[in-house]
Design a protein around this ligand. Structure first.
Ligand code: TYD
Ligand code: ZN
Length: 410
């Protein structure tokens, strides 16, 4: 069931298969209802490198199938995340003294410019780089410069030539999306000023395992980063991991700080988290088997609950047509027999069908007209924001179904 081993994209070590989710579609390949073309499927298996501990996909989806002009995700769709990026930018501006003349902040994967806007407001020279034209146009319209392309060593050289070195390179939920991540790190090494920092946030493998949040495993997340594996990756590309700060976004992430070796004092937190990972066995496929068993238990429980509710005549609607939900719906086999439709605030997703299971995506106005009996919260990482926003749903008797860390109703 677990297939063959693969070769590590960081260190060429042996990647031992760990978890298999079977046939999966491209997670954000929403389809028009009239679409007849075959859907692209791949086998979603992840493994752990026996040498550098990087958790990674065994089969690779071609990047152009995932990230293209019409990529539908928008950073600004969560008010809480927009606030988070604003605070992060303000902190970087202060810590790295970016208001000094000629300082430059570059964001890899700037999407609609939610983060760039904060640099703009602070008067910091900035540049976004993102291959999605539709998202980049929003950032440009707001007044931030964006290069519409994938970030690579070649892009980094071109930016350094035209703009000079970067004092801060920032990225959120993007670095783990890039299969040739060594090229990205080499590009960062090319672009950074001698004393510059590369700060990036990504979902944390430790939180994914601890909470059984298996829906974080999908095509775009080529890697599930940990402190040990990122330290190894940085070192192999001539850089050093100098800080790792756990942050609560997206169900548990880490903000990594990478610099040129010897230019910054490494925080003791790096060694501490690496030791925790060793103790938890996050490098050991045998110790990770328990995760796989918990995933299967969650699937059985969730499908059992939805089946029972439907048999009782209850209406269940999904909330948030997330990329993550592609793994849940396809792995669990959740179709319109169990969930009527998915409510989502992103105009680009509305009117389309979710990949693989083809659940219709409707605007939030459909959610309350009339309210369903249950809402399955696919966007559980925004639970606080959404439950507050949808208080009227709960007050009139609606219930939320969550499946992280286990299936429960609130
Ligand atoms: P997100 O959780 O950022 O993740 P993923 O990376 O898995 O796609 O996506 C959140 C989705 O939920 C996005 O499509 C917007 C939608 N959403 C709503 O519909 N209403 C809301 O109040 C919020 C916060 C998000
Ligand atoms: Zn490796």
């Amino acid at each position: 069931m677990r297939g063959d081993s693969a070769t590590c994209r960081i260190c060429a070590g042996r990647v031992d298969p760990w978890c298999d989710f079977g046939r999966q579609p491209v997670s954000q390949a929403f389809r028009s209802p009239g679409e007849t073309a075959d859907e692209y499927f791949y086998r979603l298996t992840i493994g752990v490198c026996a040498v550098c501990t990087m958790v990674q996909h065994v089969e690779r989806v071609p990047p152009a199938m995932m990230f293209h002009a019409d990529y539908p995700f928008r950073s600004g769709s969560s008010a809480a995340m927009a606030r988070h990026f604003e605070q992060t930018a303000e902190q970087l501006v202060a810590d790295e003294r970016l208001t000094r003349r000629d300082a430059l902040a570059v964001e890899i994967g700037c999407n609609d410019g939610t983060m760039l806007a904060a640099f703009r407001r602070a008067g910091v020279r900035h540049l976004g780089i993102d291959p999605s034209r539709a998202a980049a146009d929003i950032a440009r319209d707001a007044g931030s410069p964006v290069r519409v392309e994938f970030f690579s060593e070649a892009t980094a050289s071109a930016v350094r030539t035209t703009e000079g070195p970067a004092d801060v390179v920032f990225s959120a939920n993007t670095i783990s999306h890039i299969a040739d991540v060594c090229d990205v790190f080499r590009g960062v090494a090319t672009l950074l000023a001698p004393n510059g920092v590369f700060v990036f946030e990504d979902r944390y493998i430790g939180d994914i395992v601890r909470q059984t949040s298996f829906d974080q495993i999908y095509d775009e997340h080529c890697f599930l980063f940990g402190v040990r594996s990122v330290a190894e990756l940085a070192a192999r590309c001539g850089l050093e991991l100098v800080d790792a700060v756990p942050i609560p976004v997206h169900g548990g992430s880490i903000r990594y700080t990478v610099a040129r070796p010897g230019t910054r004092t490494a925080s003791p937190q790096v060694a501490r988290l690496a030791e925790d990972e060793r103790e938890q066995g996050l490098h050991d496929p045998e110790r990770l088997r328990a995760f796989e068993q918990r995933v299967t238990a969650t699937r059985d429980e969730l499908v059992g609950l939805l089946t029972k509710l439907r048999a009782q005549g209850a209406r269940v609607v999904g909330y948030g047509a997330t990329a993550k939900s592609a793994t849940v719906t396809n792995f669990c086999g959740i179709g319109t027999d169990l969930v009527e439709f998915v409510s989502d605030s992103t105009p680009e997703k509305q009117g389309l069908l979710t990949p693989g299971m083809h659940l219709p995506v409707r605007p939030p106005s459909a959610f309350c007209d009339p309210y369903p009996d249950y809402a399955l919260l696919f966007a559980w990482n925004h639970a606080e924001e959404i439950l507050a926003k949808e208080r009227a749903f709960s007050e009139q008797g609606g219930r939320w179904i969550l499946y992280v860390p286990k299936v429960h109703i609130v």
